[in-house]
Ligand binder design. Structure first.
Ligand SMILES: Cc1cc2nc3c(=O)[nH]c(=O)nc-3n(C[C@H](O)[C@H](O)[C@H](O)COP(=O)(O)OP(=O)(O)OC[C@H]3O[C@@H](n4cnc5c(N)ncnc54)[C@H](O)[C@@H]3O)c2cc1C
Length: 494
């Protein structure tokens, strides 16, 4: 640890906390990061859970289009730092009870070909956006306050209008009009499962439109060795610029922290209110406490002896598999979750990293990453729900299971206190909450205390390993607290 007091303190070492820390350190400031858990990385940790010797599991995130496409990571440039990413030929798959699965290839034309009669409408939906993906990325991953910097000309405006039209088409009751075939509908709805909410809806449609577009652009890559490799690069950069991360350091109040000119919190809105209790203006305290949790996820990590025996073997070409069947079946399961009922067949996400990264296999065993959507704070063990859902599309799967570990929604916060009640979005996500996150204010990274900022996924642009919330909050702190208006260069060569 540095001997001089830090200029800036970051609470929480998730991707946003680390993005903030790196940005501040790159501006020449002394930075210390305080992390409650014994390990660094929040939602991008890869840990040995003790299920089988040498096997490691991605605790939260596993698949990372945003860590390539986000403007923060584009600047930080993970690949130029030597991070190896595997990009599956098939970004994601949607198996059905009968017949062949729908597949979204990295390559749009291969997807169109596989979809057969439904292919042209998929091409009409995504093809026109692929020429200038940056506009869609900035619109989705911006601070929801400023215009995308890529908006230089009429082409950019037209492109954003195209993206918006597609998003809106999937957010309301007419969602089957542009995607009229069961395979295209279900493929798109599977991507919506990266947000947990009512279908159709604005938040699910916005996330799905971006992620499905990125599947045909950067693809859906995963780092060799697991998500932790992303965090390791951020930590290396921070340390190379004089910063430090202190683990096992849960912060309950600002008085637990060293004195600094800026405090950036990669925490929940509730924790931010707690940390600045007695100091924060009452109206902001009330607003933060009024930022309600969203729907939840429950996690099951498995060790298996073989690849998942999908009924349609083509599914094994995909990095991510969305389970839930047809659009109608998934919408019904999500409606149960929103209503607080455990669905009989919950929407599940599955990834077998060993298919593309042989380093994950040890002595013939491999990790399998899964989670499912459940009601907020649900105490049920998700294991049987997930196994049954995989068996539905991969008979015989159960026989490959060697060990497993599960975390019900009600216990998710033990591993990351931002996930209260299993809300992995760190606060509800809706059209309103895309903007008013965590509160309705033009300056929503500010906590109303001089030098205090929220920099987690409780702020725009919301969840995902993109580092954007941390980057935006750090840039605001640099401007307002340190008089530095130039965004520091994050390029690896410095
Ligand atoms: C099961 C699951 C699967 C996911 N899959 C993907 C995926 O495949 N791709 C993707 O892009 N995203 C995925 N996500 C979402 C992604 O992980 C998060 O959106 C992202 O990690 C949020 O980053 P963050 O820095 O805001 O917060 P987090 O990553 O949650 O990190 C917050 C950190 O702050 C620490 N902290 C909180 N409060 C305190 C305190 N008071 N004192 C000290 N430390 C504190 C926590 O311990 C934690 O380490 C997934 C999430 C989950 C849970």
């Amino acid at each position: 640890m540095r001997s001089a007091p830090p200029d800036a303190v970051v609470v929480g070492s998730g991707p946003n906390g680390m993005a903030a820390a790196v940005t501040l350190a790159r501006a020449g400031l002394g930075v210390e990061v305080f992390e409650a858990q014994p390990s660094i990385g929040g939602g991008a940790r890869t840990l040995d859970l003790g299920l089988a010797p040498g096997i490691t599991h991605d605790m939260c995130s596993a698949v990372h289009p945003l860590a390539i496409a986000s403007p923060f990571f584009e600047e930080f440039d993970l690949r130029a730092r030597g991070l190896e990413l595997t990009v599956p030929e098939v970004s994601y798959a949607q198996p059905f009870d009968d017949g062949p699965a729908a597949l979204a290839f990295h390559d749009l034309e291969q997807t169109v070909e596989r979809l057969g009669a439904a292919g042209p409408e998929w091409r009409r939906f995504f093809g026109p956006l692929l020429g200038r993906v940056d506009d869609s990325i900035w619109l989705s991953l911006g601070d929801k306050r400023s215009l995308p910097p890529t908006l230089r000309d009429l082409h950019g405006l037209a492109n954003i209008a195209r993206f918006g039209a597609r998003l809106l088409s999937q957010a309301g009751p007419a969602w089957n009009l542009p995607l009229s075939h069961e395979h295209t509908q279900s493929l798109f709805t599977g991507v919506s499962s990266h947000v947990i909410g009512r279908l159709p809806g604005m938040a699910t449609a916005a996330t799905a439109t971006l992620l499905a577009l990125l599947a045909h652009d950067v693809g859906w890559p995963s780092p060799v060795g697991g998500s932790q490799a992303i965090i390791d690069e951020l930590v290396d950069d921070l340390e190379a610029h004089g910063g430090a991360v202190i683990t096992d350091a849960r912060i309950d109040h600002v008085s637990d922290l060293p004195s600094a000119s800026a405090y950036l919190l990669d925490t929940s809105a509730l924790d931010a209110a707690r940390i600045f209790s007695g100091v924060m203006p009452a109206r902001i305290d009330r607003a933060l406490k009024g930022f309600k949790q969203g729907n939840a996820a429950a996690k099951v990590d498995l060790v298996v002896s073989d690849p998942v025996p999908w009924r349609d073997p083509e599914v094994s070409r995909a990095g991510t598999v969305h389970l839930g069947g047809t659009r109608g079946q998934m919408a019904a399961a999500e409606a149960d979750v929103v209503a607080g009922r455990m669905p009989r067949q919950p929407v599940c996400l599955v990834s077998d990293p060993t298919l593309f990264d042989p380093t994950r296999e040890v002595d013939g065993l491999r990790p399998l990453w899964t989670y499912c959507h459940v009601p907020f704070d649900c105490p049920l063990d998700p294991t049987e729900y997930i196994i049954r859902q995989i068996e539905r599309f991969a008979p015989g799967f159960r026989d490959t299971i060697v060990a497993h570990s599960s975390v019900p929604a009600s216990r998710m916060a033990k591993h990351n206190q931002n996930h209260v009640g299993g809300d992995i979005g760190n606060g509800g996500f809706s059209f309103y909450r895309m903007f008013a996150r965590p509160r309705s204010s033009w300056h929503n990274y500010d906590l109303g205390v001089p030098g205090a900022y929220l920099c987690s996924s409780a702020t725009p642009p919301a969840p995902g390993v993109h580092g954007m919330s941390g980057w935006f909050a750090a840039r605001r702190a640099l401007r307002n607290r340190f008089g530095i208006s130039r965004t520091p260069c994050l390029a690896p060569s410095l």
